[in-house]
Ligand binder design. Structure first.
Ligand SMILES: [Zn+2]
Ligand SMILES: [Zn+2]
Ligand SMILES: [Zn+2]
Ligand SMILES: [Zn+2]
Length: 348
């Protein structure tokens, strides 16, 4: 994603990383799961910013995309971070808020945290630079603002994670030498499994059918029947809804494993014609936001969401991410906007 302004659609795929150290922040990774590889490791989003808008529990890191903007000096490094809630009930379409938070972080080439020259991607030489900051929650890797009051060794982002860690592990480990294996097992129980995100151009789609005229034909067909105006509107809306879903399916079929569709200033591939945002709120700086990428339902397969558990689980049709058109740099982590769309019930 070196040039974010290119028009071509790019797709993201989940892959097992060749070397896990390449997912550390000093290698500017794009990745899914594990702890966030913060770009600015010092001025992290506040604890309040990391709360789910629905259940108010701490959000967990979902993915990050490294997508520099070469047009601007202060976006030499640029990463978009997405966090989400692990509570399935927060994904219900009845909620007012979406269980996601999106942040954009940027740094100029010359900065306080990384050398101006790119790291050696073949050797783990930069690892030492990655471990300078220890202001992180021992469990989830978000901003750590509380410390264990006994050992003063471990930090937490929230009371929730402190209590969770204490009950299941830390009460046996506090003030003792750390058992890394246990800690890793513990992290696994709350974090999504860590994978690399690999970005490739979308292959040319199969020959496009003229969906617009197909739709007109259907509309004419419906209109020739004996319907009331209301019935007609409903019927047309349903045809449209199926059309959006059909288009979605057709486009996915070109590369069924895609988890990300990336096209800055491009358009969203909606999975339904219902519940499409009519207006995207502007950035805090005042500039318009534009579409940057969307998260596809295939990603759910990699998150190891346990569908055997009773009740709702994490779920989406697609999640569209919108970012500031001007790539403003008003804070180290600028809040961006996302829209969650579920599949229409009729389509399934
Ligand atoms: Zn929630
Ligand atoms: Zn935490
Ligand atoms: Zn302790
Ligand atoms: Zn802005």
């Amino acid at each position: 994603l070196r040039d974010t302004k290119q028009i071509k659609m790019e797709l993201g795929f989940v892959e097992e990383p060749e070397n896990t150290w390449r997912l550390l922040r000093c290698y500017f990774p794009s990745k899914v799961g594990g702890k966030p590889a913060w770009l600015d490791p010092e001025h992290l989003p506040s604890v309040d910013d990391m709360e789910c808008g629905c259940c108010h529990k701490p959000l967990v890191f979902l993915l990050q995309l490294y997508s520099p903007n070469d047009d601007k000096l202060d976006s030499f490094h640029r990463t978009i971070f997405v966090f989400c809630c692990t509570n399935g009930t927060c994904y219900s379409s009845e909620n007012d808020a979406f269980p996601f938070k999106v942040f954009r972080s940027m740094l100029p080439k010359e900065n306080d945290y990384y050398p101006a020259d790119p790291p050696d991607y073949d050797e783990p030489n930069a690892i030492r630079e990655c471990s300078q900051f220890t202001n992180l929650c021992g469990l989830c890797g978000n901003h750590g603002v509380k410390k264990c009051s006994r050992c003063r060794e471990v930090q937490y982002c929230s009371k929730d994670h402190q209590v969770f860690h204490w009950k299941l592990l830390h009460k046996y480990q506090c003030s003792k030498p750390k058992d890394e294996n246990n800690e890793v097992e513990m992290e696994k129980s709350i974090l999504f499994s860590e994978k690399e995100l690999v970005i490739e151009p979308e292959p040319t789609a199969p020959k496009k059918e003229n969906t617009e005229s197909e739709f007109e034909n259907l509309k004419n067909h419906i209109q020739s029947g004996d319907y009331t105006e209301e019935e007609l509107n409903d019927a047309v809306a349903n045809v449209k809804s199926d059309k959006a879903f059909e288009k979605f399916q057709k486009q996915i079929a070109v590369e069924p494993e895609q988890v990300i569709r990336y096209q800055r200033e491009g358009s969203v591939l909606w999975c339904s014609s219902e519940n499409i945002p009519s207006k995207i709120p502007s950035c805090e700086c005042g500039a318009q936001r534009q579409f940057e990428f969307q998260i596809m339902p295939q990603l759910l397969n990699h998150l190891k969401v346990d569908h055997s558990i009773e009740g709702p689980t994490i779920d989406w049709g697609t999640v569209a991410i919108y970012t500031c058109h001007d790539d403003c740099n008003i804070s180290p982590y600028i809040k961006e906007y996302c829209w969650l769309q579920h599949f229409s019930k009729e389509a399934i």
